[in-house]
Design a protein around this ligand. Structure first.
Ligand code: MLT
Length: 250
């Protein structure tokens, strides 16, 4: 399997993803929110790339069963039920619910990668489970850092590098692109404490400034769940881990 890391998504056309196995990472905070919501029993997440579209599809949804969620400039959008803090996505709030999610970078990355044959969400919380599953699949993998406003960000690149390292530690037949080699160096440069690293990033500092310091703690947790969110036809659900199948709707 060949591993390739994209440090931002802006240069990629959506058709690039056709037939690919893709992992989207947005540590702060969209992919952490998606992993958390699915781990806490959300039925599905529909990522969208505009607020208008989020409002439009939520208008057709059954009231109470669908939650309109997301952020602009890190803050909950007026009229939305939840923002983009993983701490809001408790089982009491999200279990059994469909979530329509708009975020500045992360949800857009999922929409752009929608033609992938396999599309997964990763963050620090499910890193090891994603690595194991990718090794089982044994496909070439494109790891996408959602980045910030189309540009490189440190936290997604560190997470991508840690994912590449984890895959290398369990498989001997891995080929690395130049960018995946670079991601390993970035991960190595980031030190032992994920939380400290997050606090020193540009987006981490903005989140602290805006009152979301506790989100950084949550997003820094490593390997606390085996849940792998998997997207089919634009909807993200929980992967049946051993067989690459979506679990039946409950
Ligand atoms: C994004 O998608 O840009 C982020 O998740 C922003 C945020 O921290 O809410």
């Amino acid at each position: 399997m060949k591993l390739n890391v994209h440090f931002s998504i802006s240069h990629l056309d959506e058709l690039y993803f056709t037939s690919k196995t893709t992992v989207v990472i947005d540590v702060l905070r969209a992919s952490t929110v998606i992993v958390t919501a699915i781990a806490n029993g959300a039925k599905e997440i529909i990522p969208v790339n505009t607020v208008d579209f989020a409002m439009k599809i939520s208008g057709n949804a059954f009231s109470g069963q669908t939650l309109l969620c997301g952020e602009r400039n890190t803050k909950k959008i007026e009229g939305f039920v939840l923002g983009n803090s993983p701490l809001e996505y408790t089982s009491d709030t999200v279990a059994g619910k469909s979530i329509i999610l708009f975020t500045t970078n992360g949800s857009k990355a999922f929409v752009k990668a929608k033609f992938s044959e396999n599309l997964f969400a990763a963050c620090f919380k499910n890193l090891s489970a994603v690595a194991k599953h990718l090794v089982e699949l044994n496909n070439d993998v494109d790891i996408i850092c959602a980045g910030t406003n189309g540009s490189f960000n440190y936290e997604d690149s560190v997470c991508a590098g840690r994912l590449v390292q984890e895959i290398l530690s369990i498989s001997s037949s891995v080929e690395l692109s130049d960018s995946s080699k670079a991601s390993i160096q970035i991960a190595k440069s980031s030190g032992k404490s994920i939380l400290k690293m997050l606090k020193e990033t540009e987006h981490g500092k903005l989140l602290i400034e805006n009152g979301f310091a506790n989100d950084l703690k949550d997003c820094s947790q490593l390997n606390v769940t085996d849940v792998i969110p998997f997207s089919v036809s634009g909807t993200i659900k929980k992967l049946g881990v051993s067989n690459n199948q979506i679990e039946a709707d409950k």
